[in-house]
Design a protein around this ligand. Structure first.
Ligand code: GDP
Ligand code: CA
Length: 331
């Protein structure tokens, strides 16, 4: 089976680990979010790509969900001793090496997709990881504080301010010019199923969908999404602050509506979110199914991935049949 998954950071990476366990032998292409990317101390940092690479490659700090295991912070301390800003972004020594290699290759003229492939040669994540675009984009957040109304980098709002100041706007700078990276549209065209993991619907999945051509390419495929909202709240992080900024409620149903039809064909919601028409046909003919959606470990993530793939397989099989048969299970 050829599977394409979009992915942000922690939610995406943990789901992908389950997907690998649930679909051995499948060819999985991951389209990674690069809207979170930031230049720090002259180095190009790609937090979401690295979270996927380290998680699938066995190098992640499991408790934290990002960064390297057995990490030390000597470089950060030394930078702070020089008074170098910013001091609110945590980069460990091992992680620094990744950003040094990436930056060196980018400066030598390699596109980010080629650099990512080279980094993955070490980590062997078991998937083909492609950045959404080789063109630089950055998510910026408009806030109002004592310094007035201004735009800050997404990371400053998320990490330094912990999203405590309301976001008035969330903008992907560079989206107009950015083209999908080589291989992205081809992988989508060849896919038997496309999965939207439980990643942040605004600044992870929403960002990838803003790259010209990606949403359109997905619309003709069988796409199954997994809700990142469980019991009316994000499982981890502050996705509610992002949803509020774009005027969307923090519910599984509102996220489904945000992705919309014809993009999404199947939607997995948590068992506690029973407002969407469980185990039947939801919005605009989207087939909605409820499952336990908390990823406690690889096994529970794999069970979610299996449910997503099963739903995709059923939906593919029923494609082209009269709409009336859509709600039936076991097709
Ligand atoms: P980030 O880039 O590190 O913020 O990670 P992602 O964008 O990939 O994922 C963040 C989203 O993952 C948040 O909105 C969480 O609600 C969601 N998430 C994290 N863990 C779980 C989980 O166990 N189950 C579900 N359903 N969603 C989760
Ligand atoms: Ca992210």
């Amino acid at each position: 089976m050829r599977i394409v998954s979009l992915a942000g950071g922690i939610g995406g990476a943990r789901f992908l680990r389950g997907l690998l366990a649930a679909a051995p032998g499948s060819e999985i292409t991951v389209i990674g979010n690069t809207g979170d990317d930031i230049t720090l101390y002259g180095l190009q940092v790609c937090p979401d790509l690295d979270t996927v690479m380290y998680t699938l490659g066995g190098g992640i700090d499991e408790d934290q969900g990002w960064g390297r295991q057995k990490e030390t912070h000597v470089v950060k301390e030394e930078l702070a001793a020089y008074g170098v800003e910013p001091q609110w972004f945590g980069l460990g020594d091992r992680d620094f090496a990744t950003h040094i290699v990436r930056t060196q290759m980018l400066r030598a003229g390699y596109p980010l997709s080629a650099v990512t492939e080279a980094l993955c040669a070490r980590w062997e994540p078991g998937v083909r990881l492609i950045p959404m675009s080789d063109d630089r984009t950055e998510t910026h957040v408009v806030i109002s504080d004592e310094q007035g109304r201004r735009a800050v980098h997404f990371q400053e709002w998320w990490v330094r301010l912990r999203a405590s100041v309301p976001a008035e706007e969330i903008i992907l700078v560079g989206a107009d010019q950015a083209r999908p990276a080589p291989g992205v549209l081809e992988a989508i065209a060849d896919a038997d199923a496309v999965i939207l993991p439980p990643s942040n619907p605004v600044v992870s999945i929403g960002t990838i969908l803003q790259i010209k051509g990606i949403r359109e390419a997905l619309e003709s495929k069988t796409v199954v999404g997994v809700s990142p909202i469980v019991g009316g709240a994000p499982v981890r992080g502050m996705a509610d602050a992002c949803l509020t900024a774009i005027g969307v409620e923090t519910t599984a149903q509102a996220v489904l509506e945000l992705y919309g039809s014809p993009l999404v064909n199947g939607w997995l919601v948590a068992e506690e979110d029973d407002g969407v028409g469980l185990d039947g046909v939801g919005l605009d003919g989207v087939r909605v199914r409820s499952r336990p959606l908390i990823m406690h470990d690889v096994e529970s993530a794999a069970a979610i991935a299996r449910a997503a793939l099963d739903l995709a397989t059923e939906l593919s099989a029923s494609r082209g049949e009269p709409a009336g048969t859509q709600g039936e299970d076991g097709l």
